[in-house]
Write a protein that binds this ligand. Structure first.
Ligand SMILES: C[S@@+](CC[C@H](N)C(=O)[O-])C[C@H]1O[C@@H](n2cnc3c(N)ncnc32)[C@H](O)[C@@H]1O
Length: 222
């Protein structure tokens, strides 16, 4: 069984621009996501919803430090949505600048809708898919259903904001349905993060599951 390691990374992006973290509800999951990519070493990683880049760059940092050959795609219109609000083009320029200065190897920004990006990926190809777009129930359900065929055997799906009730958020509702159907783990802090194994459990995550209570509390306090 693969050992689950907990690293002590330096997240270089925060030294370049502190706004990446200021604007994100995702910050409490960056240590876990870093360890996840180091452990599961995905060949193809796709993020749906990047905004300022806190989640994407945290995973890119793991890929860079692990000298992995992962192909990483960030998909976003970089226009905003009814929950994140509209924002100006400066955000995309900032994400591009950080990508090219720190994480350019194997990283692609797709400035388009999730639906339009679908055709660029083959079925059963994505080893790690992070869904963090518009959080209304129907929207996230659509993202899940349309991208599930793209997930590889033993691929991992991450869902942000599974703990947020109110504000018209509905990820919690979809998550309640999915975790009944497939092996799943979840964090409640920092908006909540769901970890779903819809097509089998990746070998790198077997120890994560076995040691979950211990590892979960360690990530919640970091
Ligand atoms: C919650 S933010 C992402 C936060 C980011 N993961 C982080 O770490 O801070 C959601 C993003 O998804 C994008 N988005 C929402 N629905 C989309 C869609 N259907 N196609 C493309 N982008 C979308 C928005 O533009 C917004 O930037």
């Amino acid at each position: 069984m693969t050992n689950w390691n907990q690293y002590h990374p330096v997240f270089e992006y925060e030294q370049v621009d502190s706004r990446v973290l200021q604007h994100s509800a995702w910050v409490g999951h960056r240590q876990f996501s870093y360890d996840l990519v180091r452990s599961c070493q995905p060949r193809l990683l796709v993020e749906l919803g990047t905004h300022w880049g806190a989640s994407f760059f945290s995973m890119c940092q793991g890929i860079k430090d692990g000298n992995l050959s992962t192909l990483c795609y960030a998909v976003d219109t970089w226009l905003g949505d009814p929950h994140s609000g509209g924002y100006n083009v400066e955000v995309f320029h900032n994400v591009s600048k950080i990508t090219s200065s720190l994480y350019s190897r194997h990283t692609t920004l797709l400035r388009t809708t999730f639906d339009e990006a679908l055709a660029q990926f083959q079925d059963d190809s994505i080893d790690l898919l992070h869904i963090d777009g518009f959080h209304q129930y129907e929207a996230v359900k659509h993202d899940y259903e349309s991208w599930l065929p793209k997930v590889a055997p033993d691929g991992i799906m991450l869902f942000h904001d599974i703990s947020v009730h109110g504000f018209g958020f509905g990820v919690w509702k979809l998550w309640a349905e999915l975790k009944e159907q497939y092996p799943a783990l979840q964090f409640e802090h920092s908006g909540g993060l769901g970890i779903l194994f819809p097509k089998g459990v990746h070998a790198s995550c077997k120890q994560l599951i076995e040691r979950w209570e211990e590892l979960k509390s360690s990530y919640e306090s970091r």
